[in-house]
Design a protein around this ligand. Structure first.
Ligand SMILES: NC(=O)c1ccc[n+]([C@@H]2O[C@H](COP(=O)([O-])OP(=O)(O)OC[C@H]3O[C@@H](n4cnc5c(N)ncnc54)[C@H](O)[C@@H]3O)[C@@H](O)[C@H]2O)c1
Ligand SMILES: [Fe+2]
Length: 388
């Protein structure tokens, strides 16, 4: 084994005497435009805007307001990005994208639209299909520009190098990650999130929180990102309940947009752990939205991991206003009071499926290997039963 191999194995196991000694690669968009009204300024932000051929990848809601971007004459709006996109959804997009031949791709929506846009941007000028770029660093350099404009405050996909699509054959989420999938510019305009209904605001807000909490407590947590994670947690604690109660509270919307951004920074180099691993089968099998699935699992994963990360968990509890002595109850009540349905039984999950879901979650080693506390198949099943 070469010394480089040894170093990466050690890095993966998190076995450094100090987190400061852990190597880290932190890639983010070279330009982030943050603030109210920024999405309407594309003509000022992009050179030669009137001459560009722009492909906008959006969900139906955002496609309906793509005009606010002031699009140039040569444009194609793909309005079919569906929540939790799958391979057929991507195939339809690629077909249209290759026919149109854009020079700039814009992801305009939540994580679903932004992830599809990233994939379109690296695949449109390449003969490769998704399976050839699944995994890490397999995509070819982009031949077109890429801009991410989030309209939810959750995934942080706008600053990340990763995209997830569901493979209907295996019913699992497949991730592709490449520095070529990092946008040239992220435009984070909190005004775009004012229209989010309370339920989506709550669920996507817990997704942002989960990114920060899981990265902060991960075995490969890093001081460079801990600072973002803590700030993200603090912002969710300050603003999520306010934004759910009053969607037009623009200060709360801005706070959450920033929290999602901080969560996104944490995802690339550190990523999530058990909370996300356990939530994936809920999305791929029963179509439960990513944020909602994460929220259902969140208090269980937090409480399970607490003994392995007591100091960091105490910080999380303080930032979120949770009672550290009654951590599970307190985190659970917080989510439920946001109006989130916390019972899997009420979200269409059949009880007989819990064992096979647990087996599936246990196999998501890319996340579970970094959970601060080892989680067995029976631990996972116990959590699923409690959450049911
Ligand atoms: N790339 C990453 O690093 C990363 C990280 C986490 C999650 N994800 C992926 O992101 C996806 C989830 O994204 P999401 O949670 O942002 O939800 P989403 O993009 O699926 O959108 C959820 C719903 O909200 C609607 N919507 C979006 N913005 C709106 C607005 N401003 N007003 C009203 N309605 C609006 C959409 O039409 C959709 O129906 C999943 O596929 C998940 O796997 C990616
Ligand atoms: Fe997430």
């Amino acid at each position: 084994m070469s010394s480089a191999d040894t170093a990466s194995t050690t890095a993966a196991s998190g076995a450094f005497s100090s987190p400061l000694l852990r190597p880290l690669s932190f890639v983010q968009p070279p330009r982030i435009e943050f603030g109210s009204g920024k999405a309407r300024l594309l003509a000022e932000l992009i050179p030669d805007w009137p001459e560009r051929r722009v492909l906008v990848v959006a969900d139906a809601f955002n496609a309906g307001r793509a005009d606010l971007l002031g699009l140039p004459r040569q444009n194609l709006v793909f309005p079919e990005a569906k929540p939790e996109p799958d391979l057929p959804n991507l195939a339809r997009l690629l077909d249209q994208a290759r026919g149109f031949a854009p020079d700039l791709v814009i992801g305009f929506g939540g994580g679903s639209a932004m992830d599809l846009a990233k994939l379109a941007a690296v695949l449109v000028g390449s003969a490769k299909e998704f399976h050839a770029i699944a995994g890490v660093d397999k995509a070819d350099p982009r031949t077109v520009g890429l801009i991410a404009i989030p309209t939810t405050s959750g995934t942080g996909s706008e600053v990340g190098a990763r995209a997830l699509v569901t493979d209907p054959a295996s019913r699992s989420k497949v991730a592709a990650e490449s520095r070529h999938m990092v946008a040239d510019m992220a435009i984070v305009d909190p005004d775009l999130t004012v229209s989010l209904p309370p339920a989506v605001t709550a669920a996507t807000g817990i997704d942002a929180l989960a990114h920060c909490v899981e990265a902060f407590t991960s075995r490969r947590a890093h001081p460079l990102l801990d600072i973002y994670a803590q700030k993200g947690i603090e912002l969710v604690g300050q603003y999520l309940a306010r934004a759910v109660a009053d969607g037009a509270d623009v200060e709360a919307r801005a706070g959450l947009a920033m929290a999602a951004l901080y969560g996104g920074f944490c995802l690339g180099p550190v990523n999530t752990t058990a909370g996300h691993a356990l939530s994936y089968p809920l999305g791929t099998r029963y179509g439960i939205a990513h944020g909602l699935a994460n929220a259902v699992i969140f208090p269980h994963a937090l409480a399970f991991n607490a003994p392995a990360q007591p100091e960091k968990t105490a910080i999380i509890a303080e930032l979120m206003g949770f009672d550290g002595n009654r951590l599970f109850d307190s985190a659970y009540r917080y989510c439920a009071e946001l109006g989130i349905e916390m019972h899997m039984s009420k979200l269409g999950v059949p009880p007989d499926d819990l064992p096979s879901m647990a087996a599936e979650a246990l196999g998501i080693r890319r996340l579970l290997d970094f959970n601060p506390r080892d989680m067995t198949g029976s631990d996972i099943l116990e959590i699923y039963r409690a959450a049911w």
